[in-house]
Design a protein around this ligand. Structure first.
Ligand code: ADP
Ligand SMILES: O=P(O)(O)O[C@H]1O[C@H](CO)[C@@H](O[C@H]2O[C@H](CO)[C@@H](O)[C@H](O)[C@H]2O)[C@H](O)[C@H]1O
Length: 467
């Protein structure tokens, strides 16, 4: 199964292909969970790269597309060039019923007229073409399929698309590997590959080591498009486990402590592998400005935040005061979006951390900056709170116990307890809760009360983020 046939390079072919898909993609894209531009009509597409992986003259065709999606401008916001998305478009005469959920539409004009196009990741054969390309280190047009020569990839593993709600799309091969295809992509180094590779070099066992990855070279830009990792078979994620224990009325302190230890192991390895910096007054001021700016934007986007704005801002002001008094902090590379759903427990009880992409809405340069490790800790503390406030009735004592156990576990490995830095912890917990309010308002409005309950707590003037 050799994936490459020919790269569609002639701009005529590329633009004809995209023109024929245009009306179908306009309707289909905004319905995808991973489409970040929801709420603004799609006004057009520009191809960034179009690569033919299987010619559409047989039973099945397959195109790899990077497309810039143009959308109506946000009133008052500066013009935006449009986000770039990775699509795998399958082409068939007709879709078998099992592929109905993958339907993009029926093409009426152009070279594919009369064919049906669909999201090819739902289909075994195209997904297997990708694995085979990684296994054989294929190069097709600007696509570079690469792998770690020290790890073996067995041929013929059967593919299935993961159905979990995701920011990207993942395919599992056998029970051996998982391939994450990034959907919204930007040129440059992607931390979702960079950090697991760095951790693997350090021998850190808390993160599955990348086995293979896909790059695209387009003009002078390099995009990271996909990462293949060993699949932790039979794993449960921390979120599922926490909810299960909550429903049974069980505490989660032992697991929370193990998670604190795992987080500290990853932080310690990252601090060894990649540069650390000292944050002084100027850097802290700019951090506080960033937090304050995000709060102001969030209040605009979600007016329910307005009554708490002053109280929340006081968390950032307290940090600014400490910085003005000359306090400094060490910053290092961190996970950047750590929560219970990013922690996997294997059947043997070992925890792994996954998804080092950072908060998808933040610019890449910001996501790759060294930051105080307390940022990840705050994310996990928020997550225990999330679980406790999604339960009926809410279980604040459960969250309190987990938060304390997590900090203790962290201190056992890192040698410093995050609770000894309450001002920084509160500032980061507040920043995260504000992010979550915006995230939930945009993606899952029914969940908005969960981060809003934390906002009410964090906005109290004498509040320190005491777990
Ligand atoms: N190495 C792995 N082993 C087993 N399951 C995994 C692995 N990596 C990811 N997963 C599963 O895939 C889901 C999505 O992965 P994630 O990296 O969080 O993607 P996204 O950025 O799209 O949210 C996770 O919640 C987890 O259930
Ligand atoms: O995992 P992603 O990178 O897609 O992260 C985004 O989605 C998360 C939800 O799926 C969101 O996390 C929030 O909800 C979780 C429960 O579903 C909870 O455990 C987290 O603490 C809470 O932040 C995450 O913020 C967002 O970036």
């Amino acid at each position: 199964m050799t994936p490459m046939v020919e790269t569609v390079t002639s701009s005529g072919t590329t633009s004809t292909l995209l023109a024929s898909l245009d009306p179908l993609l306009r309707a289909w894209l905004p319905r995808q969970r991973w489409f970040a531009g929801k709420g603004r009509p799609v006004t057009g597409f520009t191809p960034v790269s179009v690569t033919e992986l299987l010619p559409p003259d047989g039973r099945l065709g397959l195109y790899h597309l990077l497309v810039r999606v143009h959308q109506a401008a946000v009133p008052g916001a500066p013009p935006h060039p449009g986000d770039c998305y990775q699509l795998l478009i399958g082409v068939r005469e007709a879709l078998p019923p099992r592929l109905a959920p993958a339907l993009i539409g029926h093409v009426t004009e152009g070279p594919l007229a009369g064919r049906t196009v669909y999201d090819a990741l739902h289909d075994t054969r195209p997904a297997e073409v990708l694995l085979e390309a990684l296994r054989t280190q294929a190069r097709v047009g600007g696509l570079r399929f690469e792998r770690d020569p020290a790890q073996e990839i067995r041929a013929g593993l059967v593919a299935r698309l993961m159905t979990a709600e995701q920011s990207n799309s993942s395919v599992v091969y056998g029970d051996t590997f998982i391939l994450k295809l990034l959907r919204r992509v930007v040129p440059g180094v992607n931390p979702d590959l960079e950090l697991p590779l760095a951790l693997a070099r350090e021998g850190c066992p808390r993160v599955p080591a990348p086995t293979a990855w896909l790059h695209a070279e387009v003009a002078a830009d390099t995009y990271v498009l996909a990462v293949l990792q060993p699949y932790v078979s039979g794993a449960s994620d921390g979120w599922e486990l926490a909810l299960r224990e909550l429903a049974k009325g069980e505490d989660f302190a032992t697991e929370a402590r193990a998670l604190g230890r795992a987080t500290a192991e990853v932080h310690t390895a990252l601090a060894r592998a990649l540069p650390t910096v000292t944050l002084g007054h100027a850097q802290l001021e700019s951090m506080v400005d960033g937090m304050t700016g995000r709060l102001a934007a969030a209040v605009q986007a979600v007016p329910a935040l307005r009554p708490y704005e002053r109280g929340l801002r006081s968390a950032y002001e307290a940090l600014g005061t400490l910085a003005a008094e000359g306090r400094t902090w060490t910053a290092q590379r961190v996970h950047g979006d750590l929560h219970l759903g990013q922690c996997l427990r294997s059947p043997s009880g070992a925890w792994s951390l996954i998804d080092f992409e950072g908060e998808p809405a933040r610019p890449l340069a910001e996501r790759r900056m060294p930051q105080p490790p307390v940022r990840d800790i705050a994310g996990m503390l928020r997550s225990f709170d999330y679980a406790a406030h999604s339960a009926t009735p809410p279980a604040p004592d459960w969250a309190h116990t987990c938060r304390a156990a997590y900090c203790s576990g962290y201190a056992e490995v890192a040698g410093r307890d995050p609770r000894t830095d309450p001002v920084m912890l509160r500032a980061y917990e507040t920043d995260k809760a504000v992010y979550e309010v915006v995230y939930e308002a945009r993606h899952r409005p029914d969940w908005l009360p969960v981060p809003l309950s934390a906002v009410r707590r964090l906005a109290l003037p004498d509040q320190e983020a005491r777990p």
